[in-house]
Design a protein around this ligand. Sequence first.
Ligand code: MD3
Ligand code: FE
Length: 216
Amino acid sequence: MTGDLFESENEQPWAEPRGEGVVVLRRLARADAPTLLDDIQKIARQAGFRNMITPGGHEMSAAMTCAGDWGWVTDRKGYRYQHEDPQTGAPWPAIPERFSQLAGRAAEEAGFPGFQPDACLINRYEPGAKMGLHQDRDERDFSWPIVSVSLGLPIVFQMGGPKRSDKPERILLEHGDVVVWGGPARLNYHGVLTLKKGSHPLTGPYRYNLTFRKAG
Ligand code: MD3
Ligand code: FE
């Protein structure tokens, strides 16, 4: 007999539509999380997590690394995608097959078949880290969605509108949640509030976020 000691580990994913172009696929990545996290550690051995500098000279509080043909970077010169890790000069590690499959499946469920991301940005938040309201607009073609996967500690996500002044809605993003942002929501302002201290059985003090993009 297998008791439901941890009922939350057995729950089936469900979809929460959040207006035109946004679907939260709750817990979709939960079953894959241990292998996704192993893959993140492998990527980080080749391309380490680092706190990049914004064009304005501020250090980002989320540590980042990338996988794929294109990696997102920022420094005093600006925000951009590039083929090489500026820390080593080497190409970014490949996007693991499991990652692409998950991103493609999520995009398809949200109505974007054929999504083949060429960039995966990996954010690592420690307690105190946050990301202010911004738009993702360094990609070439905004007709493709962005798929995000949350792993580890929960965080409050801020979903704004097309204008910075639009009042953001707050959504709690938890371990295994996958969100697809496309169509009219693709250029919406968004961010996350400060990560609170905690301990997750798979990630300890951290929250990881994967964002899959078609950059090139
Ligand atoms: C809404 N990351 O890396 S993911 C980012 O939790 C970023 O690490 C946040 O914003 C994080 O750029 C949020 C959710 C997300 C990603 C892209 C979006 C929401 C979005 C693009 C358009 C609208
Ligand atoms: Fe973003």
